[in-house]
Design a binder for this molecule. Structure first.
Ligand SMILES: [Zn+2]
Ligand SMILES: [Zn+2]
Length: 200
């Protein structure tokens, strides 16, 4: 059983009730269970997410972040933009990974739902009746993992994260502080990327 507080917290973070976010929550939890790992305090886990930037069910990624602790803030998550609802969760220390993808049959049912129909007509998720969305969320939280997902076997995955820099400079034009990788030299001056007008 998934902790109800976790769902509540995830909905608060996400901003509205929808079915895709709880699916991400469950996908993250399923991957963690399979790997035998806990929520990442720092960068013990790394997540490769296959969702894109403009399609239904992208909300999935927010659930994944809440469940796993792989967040855009910690930069231990990335998006491949394959436009698929799948994640590969990596246990960085154990050098193991698992891939979890939404079960196509379950996803097809969801995509045929009234909720998705209303969303496709431009109705905002927060304007959709709780009577429509609440049972979907309850159903997702109650289903066994194997109904919701296809979960791979655990496989070897060597992964080397990047070490964060503590080195900084002050832009000689705007005076703002910049971490090392963001400094550009132009006409002998140390500048931030926007002030240098160089490409990133
Ligand atoms: Zn959502
Ligand atoms: Zn600057």
């Amino acid at each position: 059983m998934v902790d109800g507080n976790l769902l509540k917290m995830a909905i608060g973070f996400h901003g509205h009730k929808c079915p895709a976010m709880p699916l991400g929550l469950r996908a993250g939890l399923a991957a963690m269970k399979k790997l035998g790992v806990e929520h990442a305090a720092n960068k013990e886990l790394y997540c490769i997410c296959e969702t894109g930037f403009a399609h239904a069910t992208m909300c999935f990624v927010d659930g994944v972040q809440v469940a796993t602790g792989c967040t855009f803030g910690k930069s231990n998550i990335e998006k491949l933009d394959y436009e698929k609802n799948a994640i590969t969760l990596i246990d960085v220390r154990g050098k193991k990974a698992v891939r979890v993808v939404l079960n196509p049959d379950f996803q097809k049912k969801g995509l045929g739902s009234k909720f998705v129909q209303m969303r496709s007509q431009g109705i905002e998720p927060q304007d959709i009746d709780a009577e429509i969305v609440d049972p979907m969320i309850e159903n997702i939280m109650a289903q066994p993992e194997e109904k919701l997902f296809k979960i791979s076997d655990v496989f070897d995955y060597g992964f080397k994260g990047k070490k964060g820099t503590f080195e900084w400079q002050q832009c000689e034009n705007c005076g703002e502080l910049v971490f090392a990788h963001g400094i550009r030299i132009k006409n002998g001056k140390k500048l931030c990327i926007p002030c240098s007008e160089y490409e990133k």
